[in-house]
Structure formats: C-alpha cells, structure tokens
Design a binder for this molecule. Structure first.
Ligand code: TXA
Ligand code: MG
Length: 325
C-alpha cells in the first residue's frame, strides 16, 4: 500500500480500476470507480463484505445528480440544496451511470456529496462518481484516521490518501426518499433536526423488511463487550462486570466521572460536548480494545442532535454478534 497526499496518484489509481482510501468529514471511505463493475467488485473483496450490501456513491458538488439517480423527488432536491456538501446520504432510484455491483442489483442507490476538501478535490479531479463504504474490515468500527485504515485494510488498498482525523467522526445520516416517504435508515452526522423541516417527520424503517442490509444489529462492534446504559446506571454495571472477573473500562463524558469518585477502573474521558463525543467515539473504542479490556461500560448521551447517532452506535456496539461474518 502507498500512502500520502498525492491527489494525481489517487486519481490515476481510480482511473485504472484500483482502490483509493480517502478522508470524508464523517469517516474514511474505501473508494472505486462507481461506473465500473470490476472496480467496485474489488471493494467487496478487500473488505470481506457480502455483495448484497449496497455501497454509497459519492459525487462532486457540481456533478449532475440525474446521471446517478432517477425520478429525483422535489424533497430530495430541496434537501440536497440545503445540506450538500455534508454528512447526509439520500436513497433514490438508481440512475444510468451506477454500476450494478454498487447496489447488488437493487433499483435504488445511496448518493452523498461529502464536504471534506480532499474528498471534493478527488471527486472533481476524477470527474465521476466514487462508490465507497467505510474503509474498515466488515463488522469493525469505522476508521476516523488514516492509521485506522492502514491497520484494518493495509495491503488491500492501492493508495491511502491521508487527510488527518475526520471531523464529524460518525457515518452519514441515511434518509430513504425513493418510495414517496421520508424514512430515516441510519441516524448519523446530520442531525434529524436539520432534515425534518425540509421533509416533514422522518419515519422509522420497517423492521420486518430492513431496507439497509448493512445495518446489522452489531455492525459497529469493537472486540470488547460494550454495555451501553444511562449515566446513572454506570456504577452498578461496573460492579456487576467486575464481579465476573472481567477487566472493565468506563467510556463517558469527562464531567460524568465527578459523580463516580469510587470507580476503580480505567476511565476513558470523552469531551463533554456531543460534537466532541462523536468526533472521538470510534478512536476511543479502538484505543480501549488495544488496552485489552474485556468490558466497556458506556454512558448513553441525551438523544438530541448528534446524540441520536452516538447513542445508536453505542447500542449497536453493544448489540448481539451473531450476524457477524
Ligand atoms: O459517512 C458515510 O456514510 C461513509 C462515508 C465513507 O461516506 N460511508 C459509509 O458506508 O458509512 P457504509 O457502506 O459503511 O454504510 C452504508 C450504509 C450500509 O448500511 C448500506 O446498507 C446502506 O448504507 N445503503 C447503501 N445503499 C443503500 C440502498 N440503495 N438502500 C438502502 N441502504 C443502502
Ligand atoms: Mg461501514
């Protein structure tokens, strides 16, 4: 794997059907030419990801949306104008340029215009769409630094564009507008409060027929067991975990620890503001894994703003592992 900040090199790799890992404002993506079935096929192989899990197509800010999506409803154009470039993915009918492998043959496609200047420069220079999932091994926590990508995927990446740490730190919000309704498939970097004024209230997904196949219950899981609870329940959970002989750590906003003077376990202090928590969350989970703890007791934040996404990821990290392959 080559690594650096050589944009021309990254564009040449994409043009030859290779894989480029690149920074976005949410997390790092593992990108390939979204118009090429062969190039996109390499993404699934590199990640160990099932081919039925569709990928997001990333576009430059001035790219023609109608090449990549069909029957774009007015609500989607309103949202796109208001929040792109930014951490929102919109599910639309698949357009003519999207390679079939991107969507696993499905007739819808996720589209996002990322805000990171390196991602935008790459997309403008490449002049086409880039299909990209998060640049982690399937089932692992998303990478928010170039080092995370190198650790997870290393040799499988042809070029790693290093753009420093991702500012937002959790993946994009995904809203499905392909079926005449507005459905929140994944809370993420764009809070619900920014979307609903433009779409009306967001509906919950139909759990009987999951529309985002990648949203497995435990899709964001570190190695350690995560127990996500309200802050008031943290001391009791720590005591219960210690009683099993486990090595325990607590993950919570720094100010919360003043209420727990007697916790004799490793403390991972997140920033007290929710944007800071989101920014550091995945690096914290990776750091805690590296220390070899068995159990992480995490304090759930209030659900307003980015808190919905942070709480969702903590709960997924705490979810059952049976779906992981
Ligand atoms: O912030 C992000 O969204 C990052 C950066 C790299 O853009 N990407 C990302 O991709 O998180 P990934 O593949 O790790 O997660 C995309 C999610 C998956 O759960 C997938 O199932 C869902 O989006 N998805 C993609 N296309 C879809 C479609 N046509 N219909 C329903 N869900 C879709
Ligand atoms: Mg992912």
């Amino acid at each position: 794997m080559q690594r650096g900040s050589d944009l021309a090199r990254a564009i040449a790799v994409l043009e030859s059907g290779g894989l480029v890992a690149f920074p976005t404002e949410t997390v790092y993506g593992l990108g390939a030419d979204a118009a090429s079935d062969a190039a996109v096929g390499r993404i699934f192989a590199a990640k160990g990801r099932p081919r039925a899990h569709p990928l997001i197509v990333h576009l430059a800010a001035d790219a023609p949306l109608d090449d990549w999506a069909a029957e774009v409803p007015e609500a989607a154009r309103r949202l796109a104008r208001a929040v792109w470039p930014g951490p929102l993915t919109i599910i639309l009918r698949r357009g003519p340029r999207v390679a079939a492998a991107v969507t696993g043959g499905a007739d819808t496609v996720g589209i996002r215009v990322p805000a990171h200047p390196v991602a935008q420069a790459l997309l403008r220079g490449f002049g086409s769409g880039i299909a990209a999932p998060s640049a982690n091994r399937f089932g692992a926590v998303s990478p928010t630094t170039a080092d995370h990508v190198a650790t997870d995927l290393g040799a499988a990446v042809d070029y790693l564009l290093d753009g420093g740490a991702c500012e937002v730190g959790v993946e994009s919000t995904i809203v499905d507008l392909s079926r005449g309704r507005a459905v929140l498939l994944r809370p993420g970097g764009l809070p619900r409060e920014r979307i609903e004024p433009l779409t009306g209230p967001l509906e919950a997904p139909d759990l009987a027929a999951p529309a985002a196949p990648g949203m497995l219950a435990s899709h964001y899981a570190p190695r350690a067991e995560v127990i996500a609870v309200a802050p008031g329940e943290v001391p009791a959970m720590v005591a219960a975990a210690l009683a099993t002989g486990a090595r325990v750590a607590v993950l919570a906003p720094g100010s919360a620890f003043t209420a727990w003077p007697a916790l004799a376990v490793r403390a991972y202090r997140l920033p007290d503001d929710i944007a800071g928590m989101a920014h550091e969350l995945y690096a914290a989970l990776r750091d805690l894994d590296a220390t070899g703890v068995d159990v992480v007791v995490a304090a759930l934040p209030p659900t307003a703003g980015l808190g919905e996404a942070v709480g969702d990821r903590l709960q997924r990290a705490a979810g059952p592992r049976r779906n992981l392959s």
